[in-house]
Design a protein around this ligand. Structure first.
Ligand SMILES: [Zn+2]
Length: 429
């Protein structure tokens, strides 16, 4: 039976659509989108007062399974994604074992099929075991359907390994996603190399440790005519270089996380290890540069870097705590509240950066509500204020500095291929 989503405020940057429209859904697809669609013989879902957008897509999600099931599983991450309005997420390869050959991709696919909730796109490793030397079985993994490679968790330290990988990625027409961090410069750093590091007596991580690798890899990507994507850009210096590189026509894309857009280094003073991540939160000037870069297109898209850890790991000694925070269930509402409602970014731009552009990076036929495409969509409540509550997360990871933040824009319904997977905050499966 076909369904009419009636009277919602539709925001779809992929077809410059903004306004009150009905959406007709049948057989998992968007069939029509128009001012008025006949409801005769169809199920009606009245969504007046709510906003409909193409489903959110995350290109940077750590699912932890296999090997890290105490932190997260594919099922728990799928449910967190559905709750957060995400219809597609990725499975980054830094699991145990690392996803570095076709057999491991196949195993992952079986786990994903079993979870059967949101779409999950496996990403392969760049190097064997992500050890940074010998290349992983990239071509075989691409044949199994992976859309990109990364050694995230670490940057690939060897320039020659990156060069070989970029040339192979160019041939296979996939992007290489790089976590930019020169480990000889970052050393044992814990937080941004600045005032707070001094105050707390912690070793710092400089912006140059990120920028040095960014510039090196842009040079190599240019030589190989490859698509390089810079993950979690964190500093004004990196933004400056990206802007310059893009202005001379080099093919490079970049992402920024919600936490780098909203927080600064001082968050570790209040939130301890809940604000410990790599790259680290930096200064107000860095945050401002990241916001501006997102607006002017120097940074293409927003990715969560959803990185679940156990409570024990994150509440013990600061220096021993692992890097990273969860993001799937907080990303949209915190960004809507602090960027859109404060006029830094329009709602259309936010949806573009969280759905359309992530789809383009991975070559996915989503991020749109055009007729004929899959009915992957998210319905938002932009009016009612709610509160972030980590204890209600579907994710096993409760490691967030955003607990108790008042927000607007909470997703109230998530639909994947015409199937409702979350309604009123409750995941249906
Ligand atoms: Zn990373």
């Amino acid at each position: 039976m076909e369904t009419v989503l009636r009277g919602g405020n539709v925001v779809d940057p992929s077809q410059q659509c903004e306004g009150r429209f009905d959406i007709l859904i049948g057989e998992g697809l968007v069939v029509d989108i128009a001012k008025r669609i006949s409801t005769t013989g169809r199920v009606i879902e009245n969504i007046e007062g709510y906003t409909v957008i193409p489903g959110l897509i995350d290109v940077h999600t750590h699912l932890r399974e296999p090997g890290g099931e105490a932190k997260e599983t594919i099922v728990s991450a799928s449910r967190a994604a559905a709750a957060g309005g995400y219809t597609s997420i990725t499975a980054l390869p830094n699991t145990n074992p690392v996803t570095d050959d076709a057999r491991k991709v196949e195993h992952l696919r079986a786990l994903i099929d079993h979870a059967n909730l949101v779409r999950i796109w496996p990403i392969g490793a760049v190097t064997k075991d992500s050890a940074g030397e010998k290349l992983a079985e990239i071509a075989q993994m691409v044949a199994m359907g992976i859309r990109a490679v990364t050694d995230d968790g670490h940057g690939v330290q060897s320039a020659e390994s990156v060069r070989q990988a970029l040339c192979m990625c160019a041939e296979l027409k996939i992007p290489l996603l790089q976590h930019c961090e020169d480990e000889t410069l970052a050393g044992q750093g814990q937080v941004h190399d600045g005032q707070i590091a001094l105050q707390l007596g912690l070793p710092g991580i400089s912006a140059s440790s990120e920028t040095v690798m960014l510039v090196r890899d842009v040079v190599l990507a240019q030589a190989c005519k490859a698509r390089l994507h810079i993950m979690h850009v964190s500093s004004a210096q990196a933004v400056q270089w990206l802007r310059m590189v893009k202005s001379i026509g080099i093919q490079v894309t970049a992402e920024v996380t919600p936490h780098h857009l909203l927080l600064t280094e001082s968050a570790v003073v209040d939130d301890g290890a809940m604000a410990k991540m790599k790259p680290p939160l930096r200064t107000k000037a860095d945050r401002k540069a990241l916001q501006e870069a997102l607006v002017d297109g120097t940074i293409d898209l927003i990715a969560t870097d959803h990185a679940p850890h156990t409570v024990e790991e994150k509440t013990g000694d600061f220096s021993a705590a692992p890097f990273g925070i969860v993001g799937l269930e907080t990303a949209f509402p915190i960004l809507y509240t602090h960027l859109v409602k404060k006029d830094v970014l329009s709602l259309t731009q936010l949806v573009d950066r969280m759905s359309c552009r992530p789809a383009a990076l991975l070559g996915l036929p989503y991020g749109t509500l055009k007729p004929g495409y899959a009915a992957d969509l998210t319905i938002l409540d932009l009016e009612q204020e709610r509160t972030i509550d980590k204890d209600k997360f579907y994710s096993k990871g409760k490691n967030t500095p955003f607990h108790a933040w008042p927000v607007y824009g909470m997703p109230v319904l998530t639909m994947v291929g015409g199937r409702v997977v979350m309604k009123n905050g409750i995941v249906t499966i």
